[in-house]
Design a protein around this ligand. Structure first.
Ligand SMILES: Cc1cc2nc3c(=O)[nH]c(=O)nc-3n(C[C@H](O)[C@H](O)[C@H](O)COP(=O)(O)OP(=O)(O)OC[C@H]3O[C@@H](n4cnc5c(N)ncnc54)[C@H](O)[C@@H]3O)c2cc1C
Length: 448
């Protein structure tokens, strides 16, 4: 029986295992160092915030794995020998494989700051990080102030978590506006305001210089490039993530920042594949990054590699880009491509609308010559994924999108709708007289 070994029990490794089991009788083993069972990393914050218990963020019951003949091995893979087709667990146990899937995810970045390894300095990635946070910041008496370094999605989650326990938070963000490498300026400025309104001490355009210890080797303060010293008991390092691949450095498997793969998720070594956060495409797919550290792409890669391993060689083909996240209580969705002011393509124009009082806005990107719809960001309005996918496939223009925007709205019926205001603003800006169409179930579900 063919022996499939998967390193990593995150979304990508577990999806691969589940799909291989659906299609075959192969022996499947998952080796992972972090936890016995798969859990939803994206829900870690809700455990700290008391909305859920750890048991609740495990998508499968513990009996699932044995019932489905997926063997779980707890341990850290220290080395892979591709010639003998073996891997070494904790430098002692040896495991043979016929096919190997590397799904080892990411680790938080550290940039060599003085003091970055002191007690009380941590990232937010793993279950162990969550446990450590309970030690470092159980409440505002133990943790009188936290400093978070790095203004991305994980940084703002950590800020929200700490604020849920009333812990004062200072947030050091290198950029001039929050996440402005990704978001257009109108949006990132709105998020700046929202962060401040949530009593988070946001310091824009500010870099960490040094983390200072107390006499016991615990963090006591940080210094910034603005010449300030900020006293604190916790430093949360959230300046992005890097693929977890250093254990492969002498394996002969080609590495860049991650494990180099082709569109079939195959590495340069026979029978070795890589998926999820740790995989790096030789050539980026469209406007996507070569490394995609997001949940749903890990799942898609897991599905694709399972097909290949079960004899139906399949490319990873992720379709139109989409993503969603939360900035405190503002829901954010993105479909297609809307680049930030810094990253904007020369052919890209934006229509931006923001509500006069509430923290609600959208940005639509379109081609400045053809007016072809390129993508949309929405904050505080929930939209239908399938509709934007269809409009992108059909290469609709921006006028069509504006005219039919109500079809895409996925907010509950009783929510206030803003499409009429959005159309008015678009007409004013473009000098047109577009009228908003009535919502049509036939159109929404493409019924003829
Ligand atoms: C706090 C947080 C919030 C997030 N929120 C979102 C979100 O809202 N939306 C979104 O799209 N994405 C989100 N992400 C990113 C998302 O969680 C990741 O993209 C996804 O978990 C990656 O899955 P993966 O299977 O590739 O790797 P991982 O989930 O990282 O799993 C890899 C596993 O492999 C183990 N491992 C690594 N090396 C070894 C080794 N040598 N031996 C044995 N085991 C090893 C690791 O310990 C880990 O358990 C979030 C991430 C974090 C940290």
């Amino acid at each position: 029986m063919e022996n499939i070994v998967i390193i990593g029990n995150g979304i990508s490794g577990v999806t691969a295992a589940r799909h291989i089991r659906k299609m075959s009788d192969k022996r499947i083993m998952i080796v992972s160092a972090e936890t016995d069972h798969f859990f939803s990393r994206t829900a870690l914050m809700y455990v700290y915030m008391g909305h859920m218990q750890y048991e609740h963020i495990k998508p499968y019951e513990d009996w699932f794995w044995e019932k489905n003949r997926i063997e779980l091995v707890r341990g850290y893979v220290t080395r892979v020998d591709v010639t003998k087709k073996e891997l070494f667990i904790d430098n002692s146990r040896v495991l043979g494989y016929d096919k190997l899937i590397i799904a080892t995810g990411s680790k938080p970045n550290k940039f060599g700051w003085p003091g970055q390894d002191l007690h009380g300095v941590q990232g937010l990635y793993s279950k162990q990080d969550l446990d450590l946070l309970e030690v470092n910041a159980p409440d505002k008496e133990v943790c009188k102030r936290a400093v978070i370094v790095g203004g991305g999605l994980i940084g703002i989650e950590l800020a929200e978590m700490l604020r849920s326990r009333d812990i004062p938070v200072t947030f050091l963000v290198r950029e001039t506006n929050f996440w402005d490498g990704v978001l257009p300026d109108g949006e990132s400025k709105m998020i700046n305001e929202h962060i401040v309104e949530h009593h988070i001490d946001l310091r824009l355009a500010t870099n960490l210089v040094e983390i200072l210890p107390d006499e016991n080797g615990r963090v006591r303060a940080v210094t910034t490039d603005k010449g300030e010293t900020i006293n604190c008991n916790l430093v949360g390092l959230t300046p992005g993530v890097t693929p977890n691949v250093s254990f492969l450095s002498d394996s002969g498997i080609e590495l860049g920042r991650g494990v180099k793969v082709n569109r079939f998720l195959e590495t340069n070594m026979p029978d070795v594949y890589a998926i999820g956060d740790c995989a790096e495409q030789h050539e980026p797919i469209g406007n996507r990054r070569p490394i995609e550290a997001v949940w749903y792409t890990g799942r898609m890669m897991g599905e694709a590699v399972a097909q290949t391993i079960c004899g139906n060689r399949m490319q990873y083909n992720p379709g139109h880009w989409f993503n969603s996240a939360k900035f405190l209580d503002i829901e954010y969705q993105t479909y297609g491509w809307v680049f930030s002011n810094r990253g904007k393509k020369e052919y890209e124009s934006h229509f931006h609308w923001r509500h006069s009082e509430e923290k609600i806005c959208i940005t639509i990107a379109y081609h400045k010559d053809s007016k072809k719809f390129l993508g949309i960001n929405t904050f505080g309005i929930r939209m239908r994924h399938e509709i934007f996918d269809r409009w992108l496939n059909e290469e609709r223009d921006v006028d069509y999108v504006i005219e039919h925007l109500i079809d895409a709205n996925f907010d509950p019926e009783f929510y206030k709708k803003y499409e009429a205001e959005i159309v008015d603003a678009y007409n004013k800006e473009s000098g047109q007289t577009i009228k908003l169409k009535k919502r049509s179930i036939r159109r929404i579900f493409a019924l003829n």
